[in-house]
Design a protein around this ligand. Sequence first.
Ligand code: CA
Length: 236
Amino acid sequence: MAAKILIIEDESALVVLLRYNLEAEGHEVSAAMTGEEAKLLLDEEKPDLVILDWMLPGMSGIEICRQIRARPETRDIPVIMLTARGEEGDRIRGLATGADDYVVKPFSVAELMARVKAILRRAAPERVADVITIADITLDRAAHRVVRHGRQVRLGPTEYRLLLVLMESAGRVLSRSQLLDGVWGRDGDVDERTVDVHVGRLRKALIRGNEADMIRTVRGAGYMFETREPADQERA
Ligand code: CA
């Protein structure tokens, strides 16, 4: 399980608590105290899920949710709204604004974690499943095994991690620096060209005969794992 989760909440003790619990589940967490900060983070990198507090200084949670829903780039991000208000009218208003779920404070962390898991399972199943299958390639996270067309693909640890990161974000272009962060970690002292070298090795390990190249090179941007097998004429 490795989803990117953005918490928008001004109560720092709650942010610390949620961050701790979400990171323990393997998620990558970023946090904003205000709507303005949240906007900057949303522009930087699209999260898989937003946990949004209703009561914030400045722009309210409702307004932020409305803005998330109004922009095509963020429209489909699931939002869980946190609030102290338990009134039925407020609940309906929250859901009408486009929140996917609604948790009333005070809530138990276990309850919120269960909601997070349920929403991710629905919205981003590849983030929570043990097994990811795209076209004829299956990656089993629990067994650390990759199979293509029934044959086991042998990968070094770096190529395995690279494939995992690419498949988790299938259909999205990842820049070389995002891949560096995801595969080597932020502290890694690795050149961006290293990414190209390892993508080359990964392709070589994955492709036999006339099997499709599922990793698309996007000029000037990075790499993208295809969500389905590219048609013959599209193959390089
Ligand atoms: Ca608050």
